[in-house]
Each structure stands twice: as structure tokens, then as C-alpha cells.
Design a protein around this ligand. Structure first.
Ligand SMILES: C[S@@+](CC[C@H](N)C(=O)[O-])C[C@H]1O[C@@H](n2cnc3c(N)ncnc32)[C@H](O)[C@@H]1O
Length: 305
């Protein structure tokens, strides 16, 4: 692994689609759809200052610039130097660099962004990775002007992961699996997702529900909360086995090929491949994306709580 290795960059630019060009295009189309929903929740004025937290490639901020215009100032923040560099290059290439600034900051420590200086905070699929979510929300609240707006969209994995936890637990108590491939497939899933309640509880990306997000926003002092929970079932497109081996379902998971090579014997890998490969290459499965969209406002005046 090179010194320059950055898991966030690696996932967004490569492992999300396993370097399959057709899949990359489909994913980008879906992201535009999610970003538009998130931006629709804001009442825009042309001369606002936007802070996009965990900006990644800048999908939210660049789309906001396209929609709002040249008077919008956008602050891109992320913990990945490589992604910030990527977004900066893109701003230069697309001629919008003058209205953009870039800051390497964690969501829960937005130092150097003055209190009450931001009109709109956005964040898509980034708060999810922050362990200290209430600390991050305190920072979003602090930097917003009174009356400032926030809109986020975060994945909800908890229910799906609980199904794996319960299935694994059931299997452990009914060990007479015989020649069933189920234990092998559960081990395979467990390499990418928590398979016990203990592991789930400490996994920042998966240990919260949409109700938890609502409570955190309310406790932080935001008002006018509005939440929409979207479940979108998608057909999973066919990709080659090689692209699948380069892919991973989220940035914290190793690619499928690394898991097969490092955690399974050659015989077990061959068995998993025999089951999964026809499904991956036929593309006739489906997946449900669960996203919570939450928007709110910082009160104009301090409320008595
Ligand atoms: C799944 S990507 C989403 C990127 C982008 N928001 C989008 O909509 O395409 C998650 C992003 O969160 C960033 N991230 C992870 N932990 C973070 C933290 N503690 N503070 C700020 N950003 C973080 C990663 O670097 C990555 O860019």
C-alpha cells in the first residue's frame, strides 16, 4: 500500500464501482438524484455562503453552484487531503474556483470557520462516519448564522445489519448446518458488515437510526425539523467478476478480492465464487438504499429549553 493511500479517495474514485465505467455512470446518476433532493430542502438566495461537510469529490457543493449561480460562495471541508485536492482541481477546470474555498477539517472540529458565518450547511453520507455526531452537530449549529439552514442525507444501515446479526446468532445456536453454504456466506457478509451487537454498537456508520438523527438535531437546538425517509429499491447492474473483486460496499470495507484472498482458504473462496459469480455477472439481484433526509433551521433567537 503506498504512502499516498487514502481510503476515502480510493472508495469514491475506485472501489464504489470497481472501476467499471458503466456502473460508475449509474452511481453518478443516483448521486445527482440524492443531491438534488438534499438541495431542494433549502430556500436559496443567490449570495449565500454554503458549507459542505465531508464534501468528497464535491458532489453537493458543485451541484449547488450550478443551481444557485456565481454569487454563491462554497466552502468545501473534508478529512481527506486527496479528495480536497481533487475538488480543487475540478473547481479550477470548471472555472468556479473563485467562489470556492477548501479546508481540511473533521466535521466535529470546524476550527477557523467563524461562529455565525454560514448561511447553509449541507452534508451527504459524511456525518454517518463521524463517531462524535453530537459534537459535529454542535459545530454545524455554531458556524450557522441565526436563521441559517441545514440539510443532510445519511444512509441508514442499522435494520439491515441487525438482520445479519440475528441470522449469525441463530446459526451459532443451530450448528447442524451440515453441507449448507450458509455459514460460509454469513462469514463473507461479516467481513464487510458487523455480525454481532457488540460490533454494531461501536460502528459509527451503522449504529444509528433515523430517529437517533432526529433526536440529535432536536437536542442540539435546531428548529423546524423536517425528515423524509426514502427507501429506493434498485436493480443491481451486472458487472464482471473482476470489477466485483475490486469493489466494496462502503469505504470502511476492504474490496471483495482482498477479503477472499486474506480471510478464506482457496477451497472456501472457490465455493463462494461458485455461488456469487453467476449472480454478480447476471445482474438480476436487487438492493434497497435507505436514506434519511433531514433539514432544519438555527433559531433566530436563543430558545428557552
Ligand atoms: C461516502 S463519502 C461522501 C462524499 C460526498 N459528501 C458525496 O456526497 O459524494 C464520505 C466522505 O466523508 C468524509 N469523512 C469521513 N469522516 C469524516 C469526518 N470525521 N469529518 C469530515 N468528513 C469526513 C470522507 O473523507 C468522504 O469524503
Amino acid at each position: 500500500m503506498s504512502d499516498d493511500y487514502d481510503p476515502w479517495y480510493q472508495w469514491l474514485r475506485h472501489s464504489r464501482h470497481g472501476d467499471d465505467a458503466a456502473l460508475q455512470q449509474i452511481v453518478q446518476g443516483e448521486v445527482v438524484e440524492y443531491v438534488n433532493r438534499l438541495l431542494d430542502a433549502i430556500s436559496w438566495r443567490s449570495d449565500m455562503t454554503l458549507l459542505d461537510v465531508g464534501t468528497g469529490e464535491g458532489a453537493v457543493a458543485f451541484r449547488a453552484i450550478e443551481r444557485v449561480g456565481s454569487a454563491l460562495h462554497a466552502v468545501f471541508t473534508d478529512i481527506s487531503p486527496k479528495l480536497l485536492r481533487y475538488a480543487k482541481d475540478k473547481a479550477l477546470q470548471t472555472g468556479v474556483a473563485e467562489q470556492c474555498s477548501f479546508l481540511l477539517r473533521s466535521a466535529d472540529a470546524l476550527t477557523d470557520i467563524p461562529s455565525g458565518s454560514i448561511d447553509v450547511v449541507t452534508s451527504r453520507a459524511a456525518l454517518a462516519y463521524v463517531s462524535n455526531k453530537s459534537g459535529a452537530l454542535d459545530e454545524f449549529f455554531r458556524v450557522l448564522k441565526p436563521g441559517g439552514q441545514i440539510s443532510i442525507a445519511e444512509p441508514i444501515f442499522q435494520d439491515e445489519v441487525l438482520e445479519l446479526v440475528f441470522a449469525t446468532d441463530w446459526l451459532a445456536r443451530h450448528a447442524e448446518a451440515g453441507s449448507s453454504p450458509l455459514p460460509l456466506l454469513l462469514r463473507w457478509r461479516a467481513a464487510q458488515w458487523p455480525d454481532t451487537l457488540e460490533k454494531l454498537q461501536v460502528n459509527a456508520l451503522m449504529n444509528y437510526s433515523e430517529r437517533d438523527l432526529w433526536k440529535l438535531f432536536d437536542a442540539c437546538g435546531f428548529v423546524g425539523l423536517h425528515m423524509e425517509l426514502h427507501f429506493d429499491m434498485r436493480a443491481v447492474p451486472a458487472i464482471s467478476w473482476e470489477s466485483f473483486l475490486r469493489s466494496s460496499p462502503h469505504p470502511l470495507s476492504p474490496p471483495a478480492g482482498v477479503i477472499l484472498a486474506e480471510r478464506f482458504s482457496p477451497g472456501e473462496s472457490a465455493c463462494i465464487e461458485a455461488i456469487l459469480r453467476p449472480v454478480i455477472e447476471a445482474g438480476n439481484s436487487k438492493a434497497t438504499v435507505r436514506l434519511a433526509y433531514l433539514s432544519a433551521t438555527k433559531p433566530e433567537f436563543q430558545l428557552n429549553r
